[in-house]
Write a protein of this length. Structure first.
Length: 389
């Protein structure tokens, strides 16, 4: 599910941008605006739909999500006007980036305690692999058969690759929630007694001041960079082809970051180590802004990938640690729209800045300033002022 959530991710949908804009006669700004509207709509829907993870079992919700995403992909192949474009993006974002990620993250966070960090790291490899191999395959398919045919084939492959095996894959095993968790709970002193509901979360000041920024800001920054990578490559005076070659460093670092984060979560805790991923993102932005030459681009993509791998697994573990697992579906349903919504805002805001003449320096200063807050918030709140430390 982590791998196939890529169908609704920005990096995947943007591969069809040229063909869609050409057929519908859209400018970059118009396409970005419609994308933002559809994404925000999906975020609002997810606020309600996500809590179904507390009412349905893993098999039921997984099946509903997979079938829905399959039909969403097929529907996208038939878009012909603005309204169908918005509906198509809305469905892909809701069931792809939103529910696919939500379902597996809740299931893993609930079923694993002692190995929660490592389990999340392993599942996170799916999206890292998709980011590595997906773009060249999709570009080749588009050139050989057309973009609409791709949206007919990929959902079909997705569906048959997982639905026949879903009952077995979602079955609880003897490795989940075993007695080792009791030892682990005593060792790390996690608070497994308090279990927040959504209403408790929304009344919690720490959620608004600390948790919301550390969840939303990385999504804003990373999506903005990916969406406007052609502009950034031009500003660095390199071709997009050469720029894309550096994604190998991104993919390797993302995998490394996921496993490093998993190890740290299990050995220490998510709340004490989550600042590391945000710090890596900050270093990557500084390298992209001030750096010159191949070495600094390698550093940027490496830090960028490290941050992406660490933050993804750390966020899910952090929610389980801070708010318990009894109502985790409801909690993530309140949090996931923040991630989706943030990814909708940055392409529009940064695109507006580009249109107004802001260069690399203006954009990078904004991203660095925003991305500094999660680093400070996690260090000072979780490591110095947290009463449960």
């Amino acid at each position: 599910m982590s791998f196939w959530s890529s169908i609704g991710q920005t990096f995947f949908i943007s591969l069809f941008s040229l063909e869609i804009r050409t057929e519908l006669s859209l400018s970059h700004g118009e396409f970005g605006s419609y994308y933002a509207v559809a994404t925000m709509m999906s975020a609002l829907t997810l606020f309600w739909l996500g809590k179904q993870a507390d009412k349905l079992n893993v098999f039921q919700l997984s099946l509903i999500t997979i079938i829905s995403l399959t039909f969403s992909g097929i529907f996208f192949s038939f878009i012909s006007e603005i309204i169908t474009l918005i509906c198509g993006i809305y469905l892909l974002r809701l069931f792809g980036q939103g529910m696919m990620t939500h379902v597996y993250s809740v299931a893993i966070s609930r079923r694993y305690k002692a190995a929660r960090g490592r389990a999340l790291a392993i599942t996170g490899l799916g999206i890292n692999i998709a980011e590595s191999i997906g773009p060249p395959i999709v570009v080749l398919l588009i050139s050989s058969m057309g973009w609409r045919q791709v949206w007919l084939i990929i959902p079909f492959i997705f569906c048959i690759s997982i639905v026949p095996f879903l009952a077995r894959l979602t079955k609880k095993t003897s490795y989940q929630e075993t007695s080792i968790n009791i030892k682990h709970k005593l060792k790390t002193n996690f608070n497994e007694i308090i279990h927040f509901r959504r209403k408790d979360l929304l009344r919690n000041m720490e959620f608004w001041v600390v948790m919301l920024p550390i969840i939303g800001i990385p999504s804003f920054t990373i999506t903005g960079i990916l969406f406007h990578q052609i502009f950034l490559a031009d500003e660095k005076s390199i071709s997009i082809f050469l720029w894309s070659r550096y994604y190998a460093f991104y993919a390797f670092a993302a995998i490394l970051g996921a496993f490093l984060s998993g190890f740290l979560i299990d050995q220490v805790s998510a709340k004490k180590t989550c600042f590391i991923g945000h710090l890596a993102l900050l270093f990557g932005l500084v390298c992209l802004w001030l750096g010159r030459g191949n070495i600094t681009l390698i550093l940027f993509f490496s830090f960028f990938g490290l941050a992406s791998g660490m933050i993804t697994s750390n966020t899910s573990a952090l929610l389980a640690e801070k708010y318990g697992t009894s109502w985790l579906g409801e909690i993530r349903a309140a949090v996931q729209p923040i991630t989706v919504g943030s990814s909708a805002i940055s392409p529009v805001l940064l695109g507006f800045m580009i249109d107004k003449g802001f260069g690399l320096t203006g954009i990078m200063l904004l991203l660095i300033l925003i991305s500094s807050y999660p680093v400070l918030a996690t260090i000072f709140n979780f490591n110095f002022f947290d009463k449960n430390n």
